[in-house]
Design a protein around this ligand. Structure first.
Ligand code: AHR
Length: 491
């Protein structure tokens, strides 16, 4: 029997809805085809945005969407994507697949998309190959309401009122595709660029600095030392790559039991990275003013056979569901310091929540995890602890269970728990202090390890009602099967 304790008297902090954010880049079929099909498409759309996709994203309460990249951001010049579509520049997307970028999706289209989704826009500016003036003008174009060349240009392009824009990133991966900078150099560049990212009227920009990749603690140290007082958040990028290197990342669907555990073990590293980066951040920012944003996370496999290697299109199995469930539980538990997290990437790229093929669309196992976890958004994290045992392989040891618990504004408790074991189920005995459960409802996502949804069989992996639980004197008990994600609501 596994002991699980929840302390409903120890209410920690809000789980910011933004922890359930998404990232969409001009990469492969994410924006074009996946989200934006144009007004003349035979696929049902509203102002060019696919209705099936926007509806699905609204259904998981997408809180924030990051755009236009990624590596694309540091090559993007926003003026190419405004004005009449027929006059917009056509060019090669040099970073991703060498395809033609016709700039038909630009600033106005992105803001329209966020409006349809009811989410916050998060725009990533160009430091690597852009100028300070260009970045300054973009923010002015979007947010300024007075008399100015940028506001006039926006009006000429059909938008009189400025938009509200909170989240603005100053460069992306500037240690790599964003200019191969040293942290000392980027820190100075960051200070300079952010100076001209202005707040107009009551629009207050939340300034986001490019942070480290994985365990690059020196990057965090230098950035915090030199520029902490100029930023609201620092980003962290970490991808779960099962293979030993970037050349052999491994297949999305065809993997061994060892690879199941290696993948989940690598995902669990997120916990360590967050803890260690935050510890450095707090030394320079003891008042916890600078948040950590896990700006890009998710699995990264070899592309699906026969697809463009530059498009990063991959399938999504129960293994991805577990990766998502683990990460979201980790983010919840760190919601005192992690202020946003964006999975890479929304549609058709990497650990996508949605895949499309022409008119067809499917929801991946990862989508279902986001849907099952959505009640955590905006709820209060509760103190909880589960007695885990070590499972996996000698090279990839990991805990068998990962959980998080929150209480919503109506006083309901939401428990999400995942079983990382490929073949062992567990009986869990939960004790709750300060709350008497009268009624429990649950859902489960489970299946064979490599089960996934295809366009022929789109509902193979779907959440189902879960009733292997019962209320006890002190809390509840439940039976969690192998390789599964469970969400419970306690009233
Ligand atoms: O998400 C794909 C790429 O991964 C992004 O463009 C980049 O920021 C990261 O290296």
């Amino acid at each position: 029997m596994t002991k699980f304790t929840i302390n409903a008297c120890n209410k920690k902090c809000e789980i910011k809805p933004e922890l359930y954010g998404h990232f969409s880049e001009h990469l492969g079929r994410c924006i074009y085809e996946g989200i934006y099909v144009g007004e003349d498409s035979s696929i049902e759309n509203t102002n060019g945005m696919r209705n099936d996709v926007t509806e699905a994203l609204r259904n998981i309460r997408i809180p924030v969407l990051r755009w236009p990249g990624g590596c694309f951001a540091d090559e993007y010049h926003w003026r190419d994507g405004i004005g009449p579509k027929e006059t917009r520049k056509k060019m090669i997307n040099t970073h991703w697949g060498g395809v033609i970028e016709d700039n038909s999706f630009g600033t106005h289209e992105f803001m329209e998309l966020c409006n349809q989704l009811g989410c916050q826009p998060y725009i990533n500016g160009n430091v690597g190959s852009g100028t300070v003036e260009e970045m300054q003008n973009w923010v002015e174009y979007i947010t300024f309401s007075g008399v100015s060349p940028m506001a006039e240009m926006r009006e000429r392009n059909g938008r009189q009122e400025p938009w509200k824009l909170k989240y603005f990133g100053i460069g992306n991966e500037n240690w790599g595709c964003g200019g191969n900078m040293r942290p000392e150099y980027y820190a100075d560049e960051y200070r300079r660029y952010q100076t001209y990212v202005r707040n107009y009227g009551d629009n207050k920009i939340f300034r986001i600095a490019c942070g480290p990749s994985g365990d690059d603690y020196n990057w965090t140290e230098v950035l915090m030392k030199s520029a902490a007082r100029f930023m609201d958040a620092l980003t962290l990028h970490y991808y779960t790559v099962p293979g030993p290197n970037w050349e052999t990342k491994g297949s999305a669907t065809d993997f061994t039991l060892d690879e199941w555990y290696t993948t989940l073990n690598k995902t669990m590293k997120m916990e360590e990275f967050i803890t260690k980066h935050v510890a450095i951040m707090r030394r320079y920012d003891p008042e916890n003013k600078v948040g950590l944003i896990v700006d890009e996370w998710g699995t990264w496999y070899d592309v699906e056979p026969g697809t463009n290697p530059g498009f990063l299109y991959q399938q999504n199995t129960m293994r991805d569901a577990l990766v998502a469930a683990i990460n979201l539980n980790i983010f919840n538990k760190h919601s005192d310091s992690v202020v946003m997290a964006n999975i890479a990437q929304t549609v058709n790229v990497l650990q996508a929540v949605i895949l499309t093929e022409g008119e067809k669309m499917l929801l991946t196992p990862t989508y279902h995890v986001f849907e099952m976890y959505k009640e955590h958004q905006g709820a209060i994290l509760l103190d909880s602890f589960i007695d885990t045992k070590t499972i996996g392989t000698k090279e990839a040891e990991l805990p068998n269970l990962v959980e998080s618990v929150s209480m919503d504004e109506d006083g309901k408790i939401h428990v999400t728990i995942c079983n990382l074991s490929a073949d062992e189920g567990y009986t869990i005995d939960a004790e709750i202090a300060g709350f008497k459960a009268k009624d429990i409802t649950g859902r489960i996502l489970t299946g064979a390890l490599s089960d996934h949804n295809t366009f022929e069989d789109p509902s193979r992996v779907m959440p189902k009602a879960f009733d292997k639980h019962s209320v006890t004197q002190k809390g509840f008990t439940m039976e969690i099967p192998a390789a599964s994600v469970v969400s419970l609501t306690l009233k």
